[in-house]
Design a protein around this ligand. Structure first.
Ligand code: FAD
Ligand code: 8R5
Length: 455
């Protein structure tokens, strides 16, 4: 009954991962069909309205290079050199992410990125089907049913294999789970977020430093801001759901303004629609999704947020999803059989997804509570000096995650060793003048081997 060619695959979701995977596979001669619930963003504008930006780091950039999309995307990217920390008294301090401007991250526009990827997917020969929301799957017969939400019309197609790139609320994941238990667990964070906007300055131009990721760390909560190329910033406010200062207690325009007056005084003048936006937008939930299994034989596999949604605090959700796409395309090219390719993909990527999920949770505490501490700043200073002394062995945590392509699991394992060295070497010290260099160097040499990057 199945007349599909062997190198044929059906992708669910034309978001960031679905579109990128379509390019990679179509370019290798695959027949690729992509089914997307929403309309074509090239015709109707990107759903979600306002410009929302994402931080792109080396892993994501490398995947874009592989897909031939990097140049087009980077044209509109805004460089972010480091964290611009806004203290309570209004003072600011730039903490660089890397050694120089070759080690930076980039703020890019989600809608433009998605459109660029869809154009390239189509040029590469992938066939895109919009207004097709996955509704039902028959894994035995290999048929899937889609619903057009506008008309209520349904259609059914045959498939060889399905790839679920349909995001954190994946409908394919739910369908797979009905077929066979995936061992799913969602850990909700007890904090959520709201988005706000800093418009351009009255005469044009950015209202605050454009080449940084701004952070207002306030202990139990924080705000951040990423620049957009149209001279605006998207501000994200992260607060606990419950408790004294929380989304439960700060609801009205007046309450939001009073909170910002007290804790984010230098930001309040920059966000004219603070009260309206606060009251209008419900808080976004944050969670980590754990699955024991990402695939059902050779019939279906999940990737990106559908497989391993994470909290946002390392800015790696998209970067990790893009790395997944490169890995899956490689496994599909090197295994004759879908079941083998999917199993190899899951085995390669699951430990790494788990590692970045864990590091993302940890980075929330660092961003909201540590970046303005004296002991943290001393450890950071030592981290940079140890990188100079042992450039092959001691690479700062942030650099391993954001500027290298080593597996996330390796980055996590080395970070834990390095953190212990930093904490022990600075314990009780007021400055680096008293560091016992001989002991520290010896510990680096014995506990960290030479690190080789794939880049
Ligand atoms: P998505 O991009 O969500 O795509 C899923 C697609 O599937 C969508 O187009 C959706 O319409 C479609 N779909 C859904 N259901 C169905 C269905 N039933 N049938 C067919 N199609 C369906 N990551 C970073 O690396 N850096 C950042 O700075 C960053 N910032 C973020 C800011 C915000 C506000 C949010 C929400 C996320 C951020 N992320 C960031 C995470 C990043 O957006 C995700 O990790 C990434 O988009 C995952 O890609 P994906 O393709 O798996 O899912
Ligand atoms: N995602 C980011 C970082 C790390 C910055 C650092 C953090 C908003 C919903 Cl919270 C966050 C980072 O360690 O100095 N890089 O990129 C993006 C982040 O949040 C995004 C904008 C976000 C989901 C809301």
């Amino acid at each position: 009954m199945n007349s599909l060619p062997e190198k044929s695959i059906t992708i669910i979701g034309a978001g960031l991962a679905g579109a990128l995977l379509a390019i990679l596979l179509a370019r290798k001669g695959w027949r690729v069909d992509v089914y997307e619930k929403r309309g074509d963003p090239r015709l109707q504008g990107y759903a979600g309205g306002r410009s929302i930006n994402l931080a792109l780091a080396e892993r994501g950039r490398n995947a874009l290079v592989q897909a031939g999309a990097e140049q087009a995307v980077m044209k509109q990217a805004v460089m972010m050199r480091g964290r611009m920390v806004h203290f309570l008294d209004g003072q600011v301090q730039l903490q660089r992410y890397g050694r120089d401007d070759s080690e930076v991250i980039w703020s890019i526009h989600r809608g433009d990125l998605n459109i660029t990827l869809l154009e390239l997917a189509e040029q590469a020969g992938a066939v895109l089907h919009f207004h097709r929301g996955l509704e039902k799957v028959d894994f035995q017969s290999g048929t899937v049913c889609f619903l057009d939400e506008r008309s209520g019309a349904r259609d059914e197609i045959s498939f060889n294999a399905l790839v679920g790139a349909d995001g954190a609320g994946s409908a394919l994941r739910a369908a797979m789970h009905r077929e066979s238990d995936l061992g799913e667990r969602t850990d909700f964070l007890d904090h959520s977020y709201k988005e706000l906007e800093i418009p351009p300055a009255p005469g044009g131009g950015f209202r605050i430093e454009p080449h940084a990721l701004h952070i207002w760390p306030r202990g139990r909560y924080m705000c951040i801001a990423l620049p957009n190329d149209e001279q605006t910033f998207t501000v994200t406010a992260f607060f606990p759901n419950e408790g004294e200062t929380s989304f439960a207690t700060v609801k009205t325009q007046a309450e939001a303004k009073a909170l910002f007056q007290r804790d984010f005084a230098d930001a309040i003048a920059l966000i004219p629609a603070l009260g309206e936006d606060w009251e209008r937008n419900p808080p976004g939930l944050l969670a980590t999704l754990h699955l024991q299994r990402w695939h059902i034989g050779g019939r279906a596999v999940l990737l990106g947020d559908a497989a391993h949604a994470m909290v946002p605090f390392h800015g790696q959700g998209m970067n990790c999803a893009f790395e997944d796409c490169v890995a899956l395309a490689r496994q599909l090219e090197t295994h004759a059989d879908f079941a083998e390719a999917f199993a190899a993909f899951e085995q390669e990527r699951k430990p790494n997804a788990q590692a970045i999920q864990h590091m993302a949770l940890e980075n929330y505490l660092e961003m909201r509570d540590r970046v303005d501490d004296a002991d943290f700043l001393l450890q950071r200073e030592l981290e940079l000096l140890l990188q100079e002394r042992h450039p092959q062995r001691f690479v700062p945590h942030y650099s391993m995650v954001s500027f290298m392509l080593i597996p996330y699991a390796v980055a996590l394992q080395r970070s834990e060793i390095q953190r212990a060295i930093l904490v022990d070497a600075t314990r009780g010290l007021g400055s680096l003048a008293q560091v016992d260099w001989k002991a520290v160097d010896a510990r680096v040499l014995e506990s960290l081997d030479v690190l080789v990057d794939a880049a």
